[in-house]
Design a protein around this ligand. Structure first.
Ligand code: GAR
Length: 188
């Protein structure tokens, strides 16, 4: 079993999807040790509890700096013997403390065809720019924002009368297939 930690900041639907696949045995040889979140009131917290997982909640602003915050997170990761970190809607840049401890072992999913539309509101930006297609990307995490080495992408069309909500749903459907596939392939 390879121990992974999932980091999320929001609704946590990718986290939930990964957990369901682990529980069904579709995602094999993976043990999710815990959910880590920087947003103690986010919906992902409840999902983590529903899955019977430890949920570690942090308030980054209560630390003197990012170093102190990540050192605290790292202590917990080491206590759980976590080998890989899977970011699933974790809306914070990873700093040197975690990058050094987990070099080449942090994955992220981002709702655009990187290198296009890095950062926040990637879906809205693709829509407003008149793109005909967009999608999602799984990549390794480095110090930049959505800049690490790309592992895999999936595309979907953008329709003329699309809404952001409809496009987000279309992208998430891709993510629910792509992320577990990549996790299975990369994490061994
Ligand atoms: C996902 O669409 C993911 O690609 C995106 O946040 C969403 C999280 O949704 N990640 C980023 O934008 C990272 N830069 P979820 O909380 O429902 O899984």
């Amino acid at each position: 079993m390879v121990k992974i930690a999932i980091f999320a900041s929001g609704s946590g639907t990718n986290f939930d999807n990964i957990m369901q696949r682990v529980k069904k045995g579709v995602l094999r040889n993976i043990e999710v040790t815990a959910l880590y979140t920087d947003q103690p009131t986010a919906a992902c917290v409840q999902l983590g509890q529903q899955h019977g997982l430890p949920v570690h909640t942090y308030r980054p602003k209560s630390y003197v700096d990012k170093l102190a915050y990540e050192q605290d997170v790292l202590k917990q990761l080491e206590a759980e013997q976590v080998e890989w970190i899977v970011l699933a809607g974790y809306m914070r840049l990873i700093g040197n403390t975690l990058l050094d401890a987990y070099e080449g072992k942090i994955l992220n999913i981002h709702p655009s065809l990187l290198p296009k539309y890095k950062g926040i509101d990637a879906i809205g930006k693709a829509l407003n720019n008149g793109e005909l297609e967009t999608g999602t990307t799984v990549h390794y995490v480095d110090a930049g924002m959505d800049t690490g080495q790309i592992i895999a992408q999936r595309k979907c069309p953008i329709y003329q009368d699309d809404t952001k909500a409809a496009l987000e749903d279309r992208i998430k459907s891709l993510e629910y297939e792509l992320y577990p596939e990549v996790i299975q392939q990369i994490i061994r």
